[in-house]
Design a protein around this ligand. Structure first.
Ligand SMILES: [Zn+2]
Length: 138
């Protein structure tokens, strides 16, 4: 009697992982060798340093209220444009433009916060700090 192995737990697990990676908006990659910190691109699967191609440490930035404010603008701005296209009331164009500007300001603040968070995490988690000091790096 052939036994067909179906593992619903693995399937469910991969789904959860995918949902999780969708939720974590920003990941930073840090290379201890090059001391390079950069934002991980969405298409990158492996945590690799862009300079030395070595293993880089991934630092996940948790969402802040700024992230959610950006999400809200992502919804509001097209909605305002849609309202303008229907009603042709000029006010909504200006509101949507204002929304775009605000969204840019908020997302910039969020990116700065993420970078500060990542730098803090490096300070805490970096076990090679001793090594850096020996080589005269800061
Ligand atoms: Zn590197």
């Amino acid at each position: 009697m052939p036994i067909v192995l179906i593992r619903p737990s693995t399937i469910a697990g991969s789904k959860i992982n995918r949902a999780r990676s969708f939720h974590s908006t920003v990941n930073y990659l840090y290379c201890p060798k090059c001391k390079e910190l950069r934002v991980k691109a969405w298409y990158e699967r492996r945590n690799r340093c862009s300079r030395c191609r070595g293993d880089a440490k991934a630092i996940r930035i948790p969402n802040s209220w700024l992230t959610y404010v950006t999400y809200v603008f992502y919804v509001i701005v097209p909605a305002l444009v849609a309202v303008y296209l229907i009603t042709h009331i000029g006010l909504y164009v200006w509101l949507s433009l204002g929304g775009v500007v605000l969204m840019m300001v908020v997302s910039f603040a969020d990116v700065s916060r993420g970078a500060a968070y990542a730098k803090n995490r490096i300070k805490i988690t970096d076990g090679d700090l001793h090594e850096f000091r020996k080589r005269g790096w800061r």
